[in-house]
Design a protein. Structure first.
Length: 197
């Protein structure tokens, strides 16, 4: 589906009612979020290594909810969150849109990034790839916010994608990428889905 493109964005990806359902569930005060690794989007050792090549790197708290995580050591039913239906909304539409029969899901999670007024326009989190295996990233923006997604090539930014409610961003998982915390919006919510090629 990418063909010769480095990324694709599709606006109004889901039905408005599906986006509304996802938003309302995730923003309830009883939705189970958990603190990200080492209280940020990446490990301290990764941040230290990346800082040499990425002077605009900045980190802050991130909260996560794992919707699906592939692990050969646990039973199928334990891989999925009770909120897995959100992934099904996205993947069912993805399959239909690109005329596919199935996808090989590796991981899916919700990322919640709160506002940080110290983040400036060019600040971004630690550039990374989600998985060493060959994969595609489907990044679904749940709400309108600032806090762009940065895509890198040769350690330089080649594209910034703004979070827009109900937008889907698709890119090759080998692409270094990073989110960023919103400076103006109260929060930024994305559903990050990794599918194996």
């Amino acid at each position: 589906m990418l063909k010769n493109k480095k990324y694709i964005t599709i606006d109004n990806f889901l039905k408005k009612s599906d986006n509304k359902t996802i938003y309302e569930i995730i923003t309830r005060n009883n939705f189970p979020f958990y603190m990200g690794q080492e209280f940020s989007t990446s490990l301290k050792v990764e941040q230290k290594l990346a800082k040499k090549d990425f002077p605009n790197l900045k980190e802050y708290y991130q909260f996560c909810h794992v919707l699906y995580n592939f692990d050969n050591n646990i039973k199928e039913k334990e891989k999925k969150s009770n909120f897995f239906f959100m992934v099904e909304y996205i993947l069912n539409k993805y399959l239909k849109k690109f005329k596919l029969k199935y996808v090989d899901l590796w991981r899916a999670k919700v990322n919640f990034q709160p506002r940080n007024t110290d983040f400036k326009k060019n600040n971004h989190n630690t550039p990374h790839t989600d998985c060493k295996k060959s994969h595609l990233v489907l990044l679904y923006y749940v709400n309108d916010s600032d806090g762009d997604t940065f895509l890198f090539e040769n350690n330089k930014v080649f594209k910034r994608i703004s979070p827009k409610k109900n937008r889907l961003l698709i890119f090759d998982g080998a692409t270094l990428h990073a989110g960023s915390h919103p400076n103006k919006s109260k929060f930024r919510i994305v559903i990050n889905i990794d599918i194996l090629k």
